[in-house]
Design a protein around this ligand. Structure first.
Ligand code: ADP
Ligand code: MG
Length: 649
């Protein structure tokens, strides 16, 4: 017996026990080797026609002997080659072949790393290789138990090519090697990893009865990958069908993108945007990433490094001839070529989105409805590194347009609204926005009244991430983002002369909010705003994430509102109750819960609606002599003070 070379022994142990997490890929490796051998023979047959043949790979399953045989009529190996190629790990014959011929053809060869063959020992405790080299008459057998070494002896083989015979390990608890003897299992593995091998992979069918001696085979791979086909070769809906099958989605994708790139890196990408997120998209179970193929052989099912996280909803495959088949996950993450591919793919997807936005708005909005959140997340995430790539792909609901708009459209709209002669406002008018749960709720916000009156546009931010994006972008085309509910929004004609009242209200609010007059409101008496950097919406989002960042609240008061004018005349508990009601009204409008003291205050005020009080109010409206109504009001007040004092203390 010849011993494996010392370093090979160590490597063999490594391969069998660690490099491949997935046992099942042994089949992929052996089929890929067979396919390489077929490539080599086909290449030689170009100059030596005696070597041409019906190239194929055959798989036979033998339950009685617990064996799997993978045969090819490829180039085969001589005695010396068996020893050299299979005796030393990492002495990849394929690599040597590639060096020997400077042919473009060589690029297609899958194997580059030289450990694939040994993956057979993950499932087999004995591997027999019978091979006859093209152009030679003798065949040889290479036999090994994978531990110490191997034997080589003369053998018989009718034609040139190679048989790899695996004698499977015994089943051991969870490790059910006999599963690999089931034809459905083998079909599944071929479909999964080797469907696009360019030669037919034939599975031998069991004889139908004892007298049936003729061997029958089923071709179990589809050979040409859909992404390698030219547009004209594609059947109707073929891409859709591929998507549905590959991603177990009964709906056709919203659209697909094909990208063929040649240059410093070479790859073909076939990408799909689903029509709806898959059922597990929002769960931890969802595996984002694209399937990575190396010359038609799948090397990773969900390669996350191929698309940025924010495009995690995009499905598809990338096929490249630039990566080694056996590259490990860890190495992949840092591979320069992979980075280049992923950058190319990101660019391609975004440019296709931009095209769609321009040419098929309806479809784009459909897509944005499903995955817009992801794009927004992308604009905000990682300290906004992608914001400039993404800002023109975002849509927000616009108050004055009455539909979704891009920031560009919003800004162009501002120019129309602002009078032509007002040059400064034209270039500097802020992009106003308001936050809330739904567009309906936002449209009812008191803060919008002034904007409505002026005809200013307001973007409706219904998602928590929206305002974070605005903060991240700061401005768009010179127009700054401004929250209509922020205390910083300027009131051009700030009403004077109500300072006393405002301070009284502020005193009652006891630090819950500061109080300021505003001209922003028309039909509403008050609204809530925030001063400084943290808006009310941000405070909410942050607290939902467990951060206690506090917004500096400001109760903005419309001093021209009748309710506020009335407030001036109220005293004591009645004034306090009225302020409580108004403050809670502002809370409600912003989507907050009311305070506990709200309902008692409302009930007390409603209790004031006695016939006498109503009379008093009616009298006031009739402009009766002032003294009458005043007396009434004071009487009412006295009652309330008594009643409440008794209950509360
Ligand atoms: P790689 O495929 O990366 O070169 P492997 O460990 O998979 O490494 O295979 C080692 C070498 O054994 C191959 O390079 C090839 O020269 C030879 N070999 C393996 N399988 C076959 C086969 N079916 N026919 C001919 N040569 C083969
Ligand atoms: Mg190989």
């Amino acid at each position: 017996m010849q011993q494996f070379k010392a370093q090979s022994k160590k490597l063999l142990d490594l391969v069998v026990n660690s490099i491949y997490v997935n046992r099942e890929i042994f089949l992929r490796e052996l089929i890929s080797n067979a396919s390489d051998a077929l490539d080599k023979r086909r290449f030689m047959s170009l100059t030596d026609s005696s070597l041409s043949a019906d190239f194929c790979i055959e798989i036979k399953l033998d339950k009685d002997n617990r064996s799997i045989t993978i045969s090819d009529n490829g180039v085969g190996m001589s005695e010396k080659e068996l020893e050299e190629n299979l005796g030393v790990i990492a002495a990849s014959g394929t690599e040597a072949f590639k060096k020997s011929r400077d042919a473009k053809e060589g690029e297609e060869l899958i194997g580059q790393f030289g450990v694939g063959f040994y993956s057979a020992f993950m499932v087999a405790d004995r591997v027999t290789v019978i091979s006859r080299k093209a152009g030679e008459n003798e065949a040889h057998a290479w036999i090994s138990d994978g531990v110490e070494g191997f034997d080589i002896m003369p053998a018989v083989r009718a034609d040139c090519g190679t048989d790899i015979i695996l004698t499977l390990k015994a089943d051991d608890g969870e490790d059910k090697y006999s599963d690999f003897l089931e034809s459905y299992g083998i079909r599944g593995l071929v479909k999964k990893y080797s469907d696009y091998i360019r030669y037919p992979i034939k599975l031998e069918l069991p004889p139908e009865n004892d007298s049936d001696t003729e061997k029958k085979f089923d071709v179990i791979n589809s050979m040409t990958p859909v992404w390698k086909k030219q547009k004209s070769e594609l059947g109707e809906n073929e891409l859709d069908e591929f998507y549905k099958h590959a991603y177990r989605d009964y709906r056709a994708p919203l659209f697909s993108i094909t990208s063929r790139v040649e240059g410093s890196v070479n790859y073909t990408a076939l990408l799909f945007v689903p029509s709806e997120p898959s059922y597990d998209y929002y769960t931890k179970e969802y595996k984002r990433g694209l399937s990575l193929y190396c010359n038609g052989v799948m090397i990773m099912e969900c390669c996350e490094a191929l698309v940025p996280e924010y495009l995690g909803f995009v499905r598809g495959v990338v096929d490249t001839s630039d990566l080694a088949l056996n590259i490990s996950r860890e190495t992949l993450q840092h591979d320069r070529r992979l980075k280049a591919i992923s950058q190319g793919i990101e660019k391609k997807i975004l440019s296709e989105f931009a095209k769609l936005l321009k040419n098929d708005r309806e479809k784009y909005e459909k897509m944005f409805g499903q995955f817009g959140k992801a794009l927004k997340f992308g604009a905000y995430a990682d300290f906004g590194v992608n914001k400039d790539k993404l800002k023109d792909l975002l849509l927000f609901y616009s108050d004055s347009h009455g539909k979704l708009v891009t920031l560009r459209e919003c800004v162009d709209g501002l120019k129309n609204i602002v009078p032509i002669d007002d040059a400064e406002r034209k270039t500097k008018a802020p992009i106003l926005y308001a936050c809330g749960e739904t567009t309906e709720k936002i449209s009812m916000l008191p803060q919008l009244e002034l904007a409505h009156e002026r005809g200013d546009d307001v973007l409706y931010f219904t998602e928590p991430v929206d305002e974070f994006i605005a903060r991240m972008l700061v401005s768009y085309d010179g127009h700054k983002f401004e929250n209509v509910a922020s205390g910083d929004v300027k009131d051009d004609d700030r009403p004077r002369g109500s300072e006393g009242l405002l301070r009284r209200i502020e005193a009652k609010l006891k630090g819950k909010a500061s109080v300021a007059a505003t001209s922003r409101l028309k039909s509403y008496p008050v609204c809530l705003a925030a001063k400084g950097d943290v808006s009310l919406e941000m405070e909410r989002v942050m607290s939902a994430m467990g951060n206690s960042v506090k917004a500096e609240r400001v109760l903005q008061v419309n001093v021209d509102h009748p309710a506020v004018k009335n407030l001036k005349k109220l005293e004591g508990n009645m004034f306090d109750d009225a302020v409580t009601v108004l403050y809670n009204e502002a809370l409600l409008a912003e989507g907050y819960h009311t305070e506990p003291e709200f309902l008692p205050a409302v009930n007390r005020l409603l209790g004031l609606l006695t016939p006498e009080a109503e009379d008093a109010a009616a009298n006031k409206r009739k402009r009766k002599p002032r003294t009458v109504s005043k007396t009434d009001a004071i009487e009412v007040k006295a009652e309330v003070v008594d009643g409440e004092g008794g209950d509360a203390e």
